[in-house]
Design a protein around this ligand. Structure first.
Ligand SMILES: Nc1ncnc2c1ncn2[C@@H]1O[C@H](COP(=O)(O)OP(=O)(O)OP(=O)(O)O)[C@@H](O)[C@H]1O
Ligand SMILES: [Mg+2]
Length: 255
């Protein structure tokens, strides 16, 4: 089954205000099946964040449709929209977005208390995930008392504890050193092996090489896509670098 189905998506900024129009996304078609692990790459300004914002219902398409679990998200209105976002989507941001006044554990269970999940369910999911992801021993610490990798792994658990249909990441390893980035990527890989569907935007070819498919966008259009298949991660990484050198989106874009 497909978790995400993007059909003829176009996003034009400034089309309502009557100011200067800018087409950030142009006729994008993209289908993501359940259990996929996908990276979206492209040069700065190519439309990656715009795409993520439209998928995550933060922004609306100018034309075309975005179906999540078969539902047209642009048609949802509050309060249905908020509960849809909470139940179907999990977000992992570059800067963790953990609250410093709460322990990791409190940060993680926050979305569940909003979603009205029972205390027992909360405890058992937390137990299972924190063991698997390896931060059980630091759950009672505050974000400033743990490493960047531990913080981001807590953010990953927070994103997935509601068991969303689709996990969205915006540069989830962007603020991490390479060791912490590997911890988080291994953790995403493990989740994906357990059938989670993950779509992340990244500048980093190393991070993208953990995915099963990489979609490249340039000037708001789909440029190319490659599948890892049975290639080793190193070979896949080399492939990704080659395409980036053609479209001009490499790590030098950071900052
Ligand atoms: N609110 C807005 N109003 C007008 N134009 C915008 C707006 N947001 C983004 N754009 C333009 O749309 C294009 C795509 O922007 P977007 O943020 O999606 O790029 P990106 O691929 O995420 O880039 P980066 O890698 O630098 O984060 C850019 O040219 C940008 O200037
Ligand atoms: Mg961006």
């Amino acid at each position: 089954m497909e978790v995400l189905n993007i059909k003829n998506l176009t996003k034009v900024y400034g089309s309502k205000s009557g100011g200067i129009k800018y087409t950030a996304l142009h006729d994008i078609n993209l289908m993501v099946e359940e259990g996929e692990f996908l990276a979206v790459m492209g040069p700065s300004g190519s439309g990656k964040t715009t795409l993520l914002n439209v998928i995550s219902t933060i922004d609306k398409p100018t034309s075309g449709t975005v179906l999540v679990d078969g539902k047209d998200i642009a048609k949802l209105k509050e309060p249905k929209l908020s509960s849809f976002r909470r139940e179907k989507l999990g977000f992992i941001f570059q800067n963790f977005n953990l609250l410093d006044t709460m322990t990791l554990k409190e940060n993680i269970v926050l979305p569940l208390s909003l979603a009205n999940v029972s205390y027992k369910t909360v405890q058992s999911r937390l137990e299972e995930l924190s063991l698997k992801i390896g931060i059980k021993n630091v759950l009672n610490k505050y974000p400033y008392e743990v490493s960047g990798g531990q913080r981001q792994r807590a953010a990953v658990i927070r994103a997935i504890i509601t068991e969303p249909s689709l996990i969205l990441g915006d540069e989830p390893t962007g603020a991490l050193d390479s060791k912490s980035a590997k911890e988080v990527l291994n953790c995403l890989d493990e989740l994906n092996n357990n059938k989670a569907t993950i779509l992340m935007v990244t500048h980093d070819a190393f991070a993208a090489s953990y995915c099963k498919r990489v979609v490249f966008i340039k000037d708001g259009k789909l440029f190319n896509e490659i599948y890892r298949g049975d290639k080793t991660r190193t070979d896949f990484y080399e492939n990704i670098l080659k395409i980036l050198s053609v479209i001009g989106g490499d790590n030098s874009d950071i900052g």
